[in-house]
Design a protein around this ligand. Structure first.
Ligand code: XMP
Length: 516
């Protein structure tokens, strides 16, 4: 693998994805990992990410010089570049002036591994305070900007490379090419990583892990659990039983879709458990988002344990059901603090919210993958388009889209509003433009309205259409006004107790996509 050393910003994930887009497998490691441990992973190359610190800030993350002396090719970006410069004896000045945003990079292509075949002047994305003024000995300066004399350097002999800018962001117009030059030419890596490999590897790993035992998989109707189930089904066939928990927090028609489409596509054994009462009871009176998430996560596992008992009872004695398949993705792992030292932003119900007395061993075949990669795997496995291209829907479902405590009435109301929004978005052909559009009920808020000739005092519904590449960052979607108008009119007309529809115009960050 190529290791991406995470210096604490959100860039590391993006870099890891770009490396994989170059068909090279990558993994993120925290910058606190000792160099010996990184090297023990036998990395084909190491990339040092950007980060929020100045190399001169107190407690700023550093890197052991040994990293550059192990003969492993290294590419430093932004903070990683400056760290490389200072560690190897170059000069980084604490200039106090910041360079932020689109910048023109002047590159010298003679003798450059990184910039060959790219324009002499190219747009790059910068975000830094300190600036490198002298490259370490043995390095050739191959890039500069009007502000920074040394904005890129290379040492082909030692296979060490660095750029001040962020090649991983799309605003750096030749960023992907520069990254690929590092990987293919600098580090001599062959682009062989494909979703086909992932399937083969995972099928083998699942067989090895599960052996003759049996597994159950929770299906949510979403892409992740569907692909995870299909992968496991491919590996162990009838040793797998899928369980669909109808927790009552699903959207309209969702249960039917799982029962019909997914089973038709995979032929998997499916058990549907009606746990609506149980979830409602466990959630009664709870309005704190983290508490809701923890309760839903816990109840999920409890229901699986019950399903396990039933499956065993139905099948009679034989191989035990020891494994639980989950569609955990790489961003879930990283965001829950499991992938690096990054902060715990939300406990995703399938990672951080797991109870400690878990009775299953987990099978998580998508743990290393990003969403778009999961879709490719799903496609390759022959799942239908409607499932593979489905927009994301959170595991805790509508439970985290009701601001306030959860009741059956509120769920029914939100389900109606959500169904209208989805119907109109699909009718307007916007499904592919919009990453997802949470519909949120502000159950604790009321506002005055007028309808017919009477005063109303109802709840607002929030529309949260977002555009995103990976849900790590997102922007609110500039949707046509007439579609918004239609949704608003229909919701206020058709959903009782809702007299106002509002649009969320917050990007992520600072807002998360979901409200809770
Ligand atoms: P946030 O709200 O963190 O959401 O910006 C990012 C993406 O993750 C989805 N999401 C979840 N998915 N279990 C899931 O499977 C969860 O607990 C969960 N919480 C949020 C959200 O819909 C968005 O796509």
């Amino acid at each position: 693998a190529v290791l991406v050393v995470d210096f604490g910003a959100q860039y590391a994930q993006l870099i890891a994805r770009r490396v994989r887009e170059a068909r090279v497998y990558s993994e993120i490691v925290p910058s606190t990992m000792p160099v010996a441990e990184m090297l023990a992973k036998n990395p084909k190359a190491i990339i040092l990410s950007g980060g929020p610190s100045s190399v001169y800030a107190e407690g700023a993350p550093t890197v052991d010089r040994a990293l550059f002396e192990a003969g492993v090719p290294v590419f430093g970006m932004c903070y990683g570049f400056q760290l490389m410069a200072t560690t190897l004896g170059g000069t980084v000045d604490n200039t106090g002036s910041r360079e932020y945003g689109r910048t023109v990079l002047h590159v010298s292509k003679t003798g450059s591994t990184l910039f060959e075949g790219t324009p002499a002047e190219q747009q790059v994305w910068m975000s830094h305070g300190d600036a490198c003024s002298a490259a370490p000995e043995g390095f050739t300066v191959t890039g500069s900007t009007d502000v920074v004399p040394v904005a890129a350097f290379e040492n082909d002999e030692k296979k060490l490379y660095g750029v001040q800018h962020h090649p991983e962001v799309l605003h750096s117009t030749h960023g992907q090419q520069v990254l690929e030059h590092f990987l293919y030419r600098g580090a001599g890596i062959e682009p062989t990583w494909t979703t086909g490999n992932v399937i083969e590897e995972q099928v083998a790993a699942i067989r090895e892990q599960v052996g003759g035992s049996r597994a159950i998989c929770g299906l949510s109707g979403g892409v992740d659990s569907a692909v995870a189930a299909a992968l496991v089904q491919k590996a162990i066939g009838s040793q797998l039983t899928c369980v669909y928990v109808d927790h009552g927090l699903m959207r309209k028609g969702e249960t039917e879709q799982v029962e019909k489409d997914f089973v038709a596509a995979t032929g998997v054994q499916l058990k549907v458990v009606d746990a609506q009462e149980r979830f409602l009871a466990a959630l009664a009176g709870v309005s704190d988002p983290e508490q809701k998430r923890k309760i839903i996560g816990r109840e999920f596992i409890r229901v699986f344990e019950q399903a396990q008992a039933e499956i065993i009872a139905e099948a009679g004695p034989g191989e035990p059901v020891e494994f639980l398949v989950q569609g955990t993705l790489y961003p879930d792992v990283v965001e829950s603090g499991g992938g690096s030292g990054t902060a715990n932003i939300k406990s995703h119900h399938n990672v951080g919210g797991l109870p400690e007395d878990l009775e299953f061993s987990l099978v998580e075949p998508l743990r290393q993958l990003f969403k778009d990669e999961v879709r490719m795997v799903g496609q390759e496995l022959g799942l239908p388009e409607e499932i593979v291209q489905r927009q994301p829907f959170p595991g805790p479902g509508l439970g985290i889209r009701i601001v306030g405590d959860i009741t059956r009435e509120r769920l029914d109301l939100l389900r109606e509003a959500d169904a209208i929004a989805r119907e109109e978005l699909t009718a307007a052909g916007l499904d592919r433009d919009i990453w997802q559009c949470p519909v949120v009920l502000l159950a604790d808020v009321r506002s005055v309205g007028v309808q017919g000739d009477g005063r109303t005092y109802g709840h607002p519904i929030v529309l949260r259409p977002v555009s995103s590449e990976d849900a790590m960052t997102a922007d609110w979607t500039r949707m046509p006004y007439d579609v918004l108008a239609k949704i608003s009119t229909r919701i206020t007309n058709e959903v009782s107790d809702v007299n106002r529809v509002v649009l969320d115009v917050t990007s992520k960050p600072p807002g998360t996509i979901e409200w809770e």
